[in-house]
Design a protein around this ligand. Structure first.
Ligand SMILES: [Fe+2]
Ligand SMILES: [Fe+2]
Length: 248
């Protein structure tokens, strides 16, 4: 029995691809076929696979049904985290999605799931992504302050949702946590954030995130051991469509 994770499938069985790099870059060519093949080789029905957001380009649930059917067809128990592009998933209507798709898919929001003696906790997260203004040596000298102020509101809301997830797990008696975020836990100027603080506060053993696409973005946030917590990026193109084993 193992726990795996991968994010950013950006499926488009019924919708239009909205990213230039996904249309252009080799890594994205028939990526759903590569992922299905890799999952079938690695993952059994005893395993758990966490899909770390940006599942579909579809705007409404009706445009995502084939994408969700594809996710259902992957082996193992599937747990989904919300991504910024998942317009079909209104956080406040998560119960409805679970009603429609359980037991095949579990949409995790203001809740937690269990893996061995670990609680799987998580939320979409959020981080300020600019615009940043660079000097002629490519160093950041300023950034859009209005956008930054707006991002703080979104960060606060996501921190509340994450705390709800941790608190539910703790109240249920869990003391070991794996924390999932779609967004990286820190922005490109930070080494700490409300998300890293919360991971430390509850003693999360790992923080798993996605969202960063393309070589130039793979090092936007924390990777490896930081303050005793293991940070891992699991966006699909970073993993070359090979799900990452998180726990045995
Ligand atoms: Fe993405
Ligand atoms: Fe994303």
């Amino acid at each position: 029995m193992s726990l795996y994770a991968i994010g950013d499938l950006h499926l488009h069985f019924q919708s239009e691809v909205k990213s230039k790099s996904q249309r252009r870059d080799r890594i994205w060519r028939k990526h759903e076929e590569k992922l299905l093949k890799n999952c079938r080789q690695m993952i059994t029905d005893e395993d758990t696979l966490v899909l770390v957001g940006d599942h579909s380009w579809g705007k409404k649930l009706a445009d995502c049904e084939e994408d969700l059917e594809y996710i259902k067809s992957l082996p193992g128990r599937k747990i989904l985290i919300r991504g910024n592009h998942d317009q079909f998933w209104d956080a406040k209507k998560t119960a409805k999605l679970n009603e429609l798709y359980q037991p095949d898919l579990t949409f995790l929001q203001n809740s937690f799931e269990v893996y061995r003696d670990f609680a799987i906790v998580g939320t979409k997260g959020y981080t300020f992504e600019g615009p940043f203004y660079l000097d002629n040596r490519g160093r950041i000298f300023d950034w859009d302050r209005t956008e930054e102020a707006h991002s703080w509101k979104l960060i606060e809301r996501e921190l509340e949702r994450l705390r709800t997830s941790f608190e539910m797990a703790r109240t249920a008696g869990y003391r070991r946590y794996i924390m999932f975020l779609h967004y990286p836990p820190t922005n490109i100027m930070e080494r700490e954030s409300g998300f890293t603080e919360m991971a430390r506060e509850y003693g999360a053993e790992k923080v798993i995130y996605a969202h960063s696409h393309g070589e130039s973005r793979f090092h936007d946030s924390l990777l490896g051991q930081v303050d005793g917590i293991e940070y891992q990026l699991v966006s699909g193109d970073f993993l070359r469509w090979m799900p990452k084993k998180i726990l045995d």
